[in-house]
Ligand binder design. Sequence first.
Ligand code: C5P
Length: 244
Amino acid sequence: MEKLEKLYEGKAKKLFATDDPEVLWVEYMNQATAGNGAKKAQIEGKGSLNNRITAVIFDLLKARGVDSHFVSSLSDTEQLVRKMDMFPLEIIMRNTAAGSFAKRYGVEEGTPLKQPILEFCVKDDALGDPFINNDGLIALGIVTEEELDEISRQARAVNEALLDIFSKIDVRLVDFKIEEGRTADGRILLADEITPDTCRLWDVKDGGETIEHLDKDLFRRDLGNIIPAYEQILERLEQLADAE
Ligand code: C5P
């Protein structure tokens, strides 16, 4: 596979064309951002950890019947993925109240939710990725009703599979964000990444007394170095993958 011209550079990844029109070359960068890019840092080793974590997660998901755009790993920081026409959506699933949800509704962070919550935000940096409900998505023509049904079904399936994966490595999956797109042959599929940058992952100790953040909140909230936390997630996921 040949790496061709750069197509896109986001906050954490660069995308390149390849000699296969249906395959993209992804390079994970060390850049960390928070607050819609307001806070920025270069963190040595982050790109490699996220590239490896998302590859293991996509493999574990596949074993649970959840397909994704992931094709294969290329190196520590690079992977091949299927080219997708992306929906401009941040698809958020929550199992425990935290982050913007806890703040918006004045709920204490860590409060268990009686059922998972599926939320959508329009992916638009200039607008600060605003929350939108199902009617809004259809009224604005961002997705059709059929697309919304399929995206919602897949988001809930990803949540069920991820809950199984993370419970097996003793990590609480608090919430996460995914993105979805359409392949050239019209199939809606999970894309982008699933990493501690995009999930809240808690190591809950002392019967819930102590919460150790193993995710990007360490960076967002200045709670500590993300690298040892991301390394722990990778190590535990690799052990699970080896055992399965
Ligand atoms: O900030 P908020 O509570 O809405 O985030 C919910 C989940 O979505 C968190 O796991 C966070 O890491 C993820 N997220 C993301 N990218 C964004 C916004 C949220 O990965 N732009």
